[in-house]
Design a protein around this ligand. Structure first.
Ligand code: TXA
Ligand code: MG
Length: 321
């Protein structure tokens, strides 16, 4: 809390940078974002340049509250039902309201827009002080691991971007993305809000976008969140020379490995808690990536947040294109 209070003192300065068309990095409950005024094409262009991001990959618009979001996008009653979870790790892709003046660079020319209200006091204070919606992708070079601490943002982006430090992100994986079109709700990206939680709100199943559909998520490239090290998934234990990312109780083969042969190891959650694992995922991958060229990853269950964790791991392991 002390950290947050100290950083709240910087909000006015950071909001002024945003209003002047500059970039700032800020914490959200999912990962750190690289923010710009979503209504300024010049400002948004700097995001694409700083990240080296393909221009066809649209950005999420972060709003201070539902009222701001309703200026950016058209909400059906169904969309409002889902928006009741805000502030929270859920992005809704809805018809864009042209009169809001959101830059076409944010939406990559689509007539839909992704909006969310992040659940972090610094993010909410920053958006409110800037007085406009913020376009913000994760604050990492395109295709690399998303940052969950301020230190990772500084390492990835250097000194050119000021960073609000909100401590480690509590969710640790990006928001779940849903497209709402008429009566249809389609999950475009698994994320920090579990499918089961969404289905219990809707009282029906959520569709899944097929990965080859172009609309699915223009930015969902197979190789994404890539560490430098190679990843071997569903590994019961490390081979000599591999670092190990464990989950749950460490298998006896690993505990019995001779000291010299056991590389660096981390455990996503010794108690097998998927929330804890999601929170630790990127930070531990960052960590092991800095120390090893090969990482073996334990099998992770697929339910709940396991869907997002397995999705990120698959992308991190995919061959680089
Ligand atoms: O948790 C998060 O969502 C984080 C934090 C910073 O809020 N942001 C984030 O942004 O993950 P980014 O840029 O890394 O991912 C945005 C995703 C992309 O896959 C993009 O294709 C999708 O959102 N997206 C945005 N607008 C869209 C739209 N109109 N239609 C379909 N997909 C959209
Ligand atoms: Mg990203």
């Amino acid at each position: 809390m002390q950290l947050i209070d100290a950083q709240l003192g910087k909000i006015a300065e950071f909001a002024a940078i945003l209003r002047g068309g500059g970039l700032v990095a800020f914490p959200t409950e999912t990962v750190y974002g690289l923010g710009a005024d979503a209504t300024s094409s010049d400002a948004v262009l700097k995001i694409y340049e700083t990240k080296g991001r393909p221009r066809f990959n649209p950005l999420i618009v972060h709003c201070a509250d539902l009222a701001m979001a309703e200026m950016v996008a058209e909400f059906s009653p169904l969309a409002r039902t889902l928006a009741a979870v805000w502030p929270g790790p859920l992005t809704l892709v809805l018809p864009k309201r042209p009169e809001a003046g959101i830059s076409d660079l944010v939406t990559a020319g689509l007539d839909t827009v992704g909006v969310r209200v992040p659940d972090h006091p610094l993010a909410l204070a920053l958006i409110a002080a800037a007085g406009r919606p913020l376009a913000a992708p994760s604050a990492n070079p395109s295709g690399k691991l998303s940052p969950t601490t301020a230190a990772q943002v500084r390492t990835a982006l250097g000194k050119s971007v000021p960073v609000l430090d909100g401590g480690p992100c509590k969710a640790g994986v990006e928001s779940t993305i849903l497209r709402v079109e008429g009566d249809t709700v389609t999950q475009l990206r698994a994320g920090a809000m579990a499918r089961e939680e969404i289905e219990s709100i809707l009282e029906r199943p959520v569709l899944t976008a097929s990965s080859d559909s172009p609309i699915a998520a223009p930015g969902m490239l197979a190789s994404h969140y890539a560490p430098r090290a190679t990843l071997r998934l569903d590994a019961r234990g490390p081979r000599p020379g591999e670092a190990y990312l464990a989950f749950g109780i460490t298998p006896p083969t690993v505990s019995l490995m001779p000291r010299g042969e056991l590389g660096e190891a981390r455990n996503l959650s010794p108690s097998g808690d998927l929330r804890e694992a999601a929170r630790n995922l990127f930070a531990m991958l960052h960590d092991l990536d800095a120390q090893s060229t090969a990482i073996a990853v334990a099998p992770i269950p697929h339910g709940g947040l396991g869907e997002a964790i397995n999705d990120r791991l698959r992308r991190a392991a995919a061959p680089r294109g």
